[in-house]
Design a protein around this ligand. Structure first.
Ligand code: UGA
Length: 340
């Protein structure tokens, strides 16, 4: 579920390449996987997960991978009820259906469950770290709390086989959207900065860009998912971070690094770029926004149990992503300009 999204589209391709499995792909939008729409190994269903008949059919498969979620922070404080419902009620109903049918549920939670981490935060460990969330008015955390409750609900179902995965800022081609071109609103930071680069606009640095993130290449993430799938005896009833602690960077540094890589690719004069603009989180995202200041995964558990070692450095993934955004969006921008 969520097969048409950023992670789903990469996973779908990897499953087609590496296995002979048949796939039942459910989502509300398949434009990121449109080149596979005729593939006879995939059954596509464009339907809402709230439909009980859809849940029943999904849970008739031996492995269920739940990727569907509202996962852009700009929506957490503006569509709070929907965010909670889609990240708790729907996964809970799915988990129940999987428990009844005997399917193995791979549930994509989030690194946000660790909550409002400070700039001093240590490595975050799956089975040790505490979760801290803001007040009820800090609606930014509604998503994290809904995901955390789903995790606890899943783990409470005695007959369910489950694995909980906590992604740490996956990045790569096809991530999110570019506002005004194929979506509206604020995408996550990689797409937001790539969008600014291809549109020659200023990047926006929320609260000075002081927050830090550890970015994970989508290719390392997909390798991780396969390790989980290949080792059910080690991964069932376990929670794993999926991340790369070596790729930590502040958002301010990220903006300069992305601009440098873009200039190298396009041979654009660095003086032609607009300087990043500092914006407050509340002005940019609205009331109720708060941030996690440092979020670095411990990957000790996944190294020990699954043999996972991320290999993709940040600069390489940024270059691949920026190239993809240029190739994909330049024709759309040119087309818009000729229509004006
Ligand atoms: C988000 C989601 O909440 C999680 O579900 C998801 O797991 C996580 O991304 C992820 O991609 O794994 P967050 O890390 O806050 O959490 O995502 P971004 O929107 O990419 O923001 C990262 C940082 O960049 C934040 O400090 C944000 O304020 C900043 N930012 C974002 C900017 O400075 N400018 C922008 O234009 C966008």
């Amino acid at each position: 579920m969520g097969a048409g999204g950023f992670i789903g589209s990469h996973l779908l391709e990897a499953i087609l390449e590496r296995t002979q499995w048949r796939i039942f792909a459910v989502d509300l939008d398949f434009h990121k996987v449109q080149q596979h729409l005729q593939n006879h190994r995939i059954e596509f269903l464009c339907e809402d997960l709230e439909e009980p008949s859809v849940l029943k059919k999904i849970s008739s498969y031996p492995i269920v991978i739940q990727l569907a979620a509202i996962c852009t922070p700009s929506r957490y404080n503006t569509e709070t009820q929907k965010v909670i419902e889609s990240n708790f009620l729907t996964p809970a109903a799915l988990a129940k259906a999987c428990a009844d049918s005997g399917s193995w549920l791979l549930y994509f939670s989030t690194s946000e469950v660790y909550g409002k981490t400070s700039s001093e935060a240590l490595l975050l460990e799956e089975d040790q770290s505490d979760f801290v969330y803001g007040s009820i008015h800090a609606s930014r955390w509604s998503y994290a709390i809904a995901k955390q409750l789903s995790e606890r609900y899943i783990a409470s179902l005695v007959h369910l086989s489950w694995t909980i995965l906590r992604p740490f800022n996956f990045i790569g081609p096809r991530m999110d959207f570019v506002s005004g071109l194929d979506g509206e609103g604020i995408p996550r930071v990689l797409a937001s900065f790539c969008g600014a680069l291809v549109k020659n606009e200023a990047m926006k640095l929320v609260d000075g860009g002081k927050a830090q993130r550890s970015f994970t290449s989508i290719h390392d993430a997909i390798r991780f998912i396969f390790l989980v799938l290949e080792k059910p005896h080690l991964s069932k009833q376990e929670v794993f971070n999926i991340g790369n602690p070596d790729n930590e960077i502040s958002i301010r540094e990220l903006s300069f690094l992305m601009q440098k890589i873009h200039a190298e690719i396009t041979h654009k004069n660095p003086k032609e770029y607009k300087s990043p603009i500092e914006v407050s989180g509340t002005n940019y995202y609205g009331k109720g926004y708060e941030d996690s200041l440092r979020r670095v995964p411990s990957i000790q558990k996944s190294q020990k149990l699954l043999g996972y070692l991320p290999t993709e450095p940040l600069e390489k993934t940024l270059k691949e992503s920026i190239l993809w955004f240029i190739d994909h969006y330049t024709p759309i921008i040119e087309n818009q300009e000729t229509q004006r």
